[in-house]
Design a binder for this molecule. Structure first.
Ligand code: F6P
Length: 323
C-alpha cells in the first residue's frame, strides 16, 4: 500500500442502525468529491473476507439519506474472529488496491477493525449502533432514532395501559447498557426505569406503584433494559408480589428500524465526511466521535477502553420526577 490515499472501501458491520445509510452516502460522495475511487463492501466483514466489493458512484447512494437499515447490508461475522479470516480480509483489500477502510458499526466491528489495523490496514471507524455504548463518543449513529421510536411506542402502550388500568413492563434493547432505557424512560415519564448499571429492589418498584395507586393512579409504565434480565420473569414476579394486573411488551428489533431522525442523519453525514478527511490527512487507526457537540477524531484505541460512567444523575432525576 502506498502512502497517498487513492482508493477507499466502506462497510457496515454488526447490528444495523438508522443513519448508517446517511454515513455510507457521506463517505462515498465525500470520497468521490476528492477524486478517490470508492468501493462498498457488502455484508460487513463477511463480504470483505469473501470479496463482495462494488465500486460506488454518485448515483449508487441516491435516495438513501433518509432511509433506515443499511444498503450495504451487514452481518455478525464469525470468520473475522479467526486468523485465517483476518488474513483473507487483508488479502482482498490488497488485491483491489484499497488503501484504507472505513468501518461503520458497534463495538464488535471495532474489534475487527483493530485486527486489520494491526496488519497495516489504514482504518477509520464510525460509531454506528442504537446502543450508544461506544467509549470515546457522546453519541452513536442510530441512538437518537431508537430512543424516539421507544418513546412513540410507549405513548401508544400508555393509551391501553390507562384504559385497562394495567401495569406494563416494556423491555428495550441496549445489550448490557441502559442508555436507551434511561433516555426513553425520562422522555416518556416512565414510573420506573430498570437498568443493568444500577441495582434495584423489586419491593421499591412495587412500593412506588402502590403509592401511585393510593393517589388514584391506576396505570404504570416500567421501562426495562434488556441487560437486566428476562422481562417475562420480572413481569411475573411483579404481578405475583404486587397483585397489579401486569403485561409485558418486548419492543425488540422494531427499535433498529425506521427512518433516521434529523439528528442521526446529520451526525452520520458529518462523521462520514470527517472519516474521509481524516484519511486524506494521512491519519489512520482513528474513530470519529461526537464530543462536546462537535464531530472530532480520536485514536481508535479509545473505543476499546472502559465505557463512560452511566449518567447516574439523570437516572436519579428520572426517579425523582416519577415519584
Ligand atoms: O447492538 C445492537 C443490538 O440491537 C442490541 O441492542 C441487541 O442486544 C442486539 O443488537 C441484538 O442483536 P441481533 O440483531 O443479532 O439479535
Amino acid at each position: 500500500m502506498t502512502d497517498a490515499i487513492k482508493t477507499i472501501a466502506v462497510l457496515t458491520s454488526g447490528g444495523d442502525a438508522p443513519g448508517m445509510n446517511a454515513a455510507i452516502r457521506s463517505v462515498v460522495r465525500k470520497g468521490l468529491y476528492h477524486g478517490l475511487k470508492v468501493y462498498g463492501v457488502k455484508r460487513g466483514y463477511e463480504g470483505l473476507i469473501h470479496g463482495e466489493f462494488r465500486e460506488m458512484s454518485l448515483g449508487s447512494v441516491a435516495d438513501i439519506v433518509h432511509r433506515g437499515g443499511t444498503m450495504l447490508m451487514t452481518a455478525r461475522s464469525q470468520e473475522m474472529h479467526t486468523p485465517e479470516g483476518q488474513a483473507q480480509a487483508v488479502a482482498q483489500l490488497r488485491e483491489r488496491g484499497v488503501d484504507a477502510l472505513v468501518v461503520i458499526g458497534g463495538d464488535g466491528s471495532y474489534r475487527g477493525a483493530q485486527t486489520l489495523a494491526a496488519q497495516g490496514v489504514k482504518i477509520v471507524g464510525i460509531p454506528g449502533t442504537i446502543d450508544n455504548d461506544i467509549p470515546g463518543t457522546d453519541l452513536t449513529i442510530g441512538f437518537d432514532t431508537a430512543v424516539n421510536t421507544v418513546v412513540e411506542a410507549v405513548s401508544k402502550i400508555r393509551d391501553t395501559a390507562t384504559s385497562h388500568e394495567r401495569t406494563f413492563l416494556v423491555e428495550v434493547m441496549g445489550r448490557t447498557c441502559g442508555n436507551i432505557a434511561l433516555q426513553a424512560g425520562l422522555a416518556c415519564g416512565a414510573e420506573s426505569i430498570l437498568v443493568p448499571e444500577v441495582p434495584f429492589d423489586l419491593e421499591d418498584v412495587i412500593s412506588k406503584l402502590q403509592r401511585g395507586h393510593q393517589r388514584g393512579k391506576n396505570h404504570s409504565i416500567i421501562l426495562l433494559a434488556e441487560g437486566v434480565g428476562s422481562a417475562y420473569t420480572i413481569g411475573e414476579e411483579l404481578r405475583r408480589r404486587s397483585g397489579f394486573e401486569t403485561r409485558v411488551t418486548i419492543l425488540g428489533h422494531l427499535q433498529r428500524g425506521g427512518n433516521p431522525s434529523a439528528i442521526d442523519a446529520v451526525l452520520a453525514s458529518a462523521m462520514g465526511g470527517k472519516a474521509v478527511e481524516t484519511l486524506l490527512d494521512g491519519q489512520t487507526d482513528m474513530m470519529t466521535a461526537y464530543v462536546n457537540q462537535e464531530v472530532v477524531v480520536r485514536p481508535l484505541e479509545v473505543a476499546y477502553g472502559p465505557r463512560p460512567p452511566f449518567n447516574r444523575a439523570l437516572y436519579e432525576l428520572a426517579g425523582q420526577l416519577s415519584i
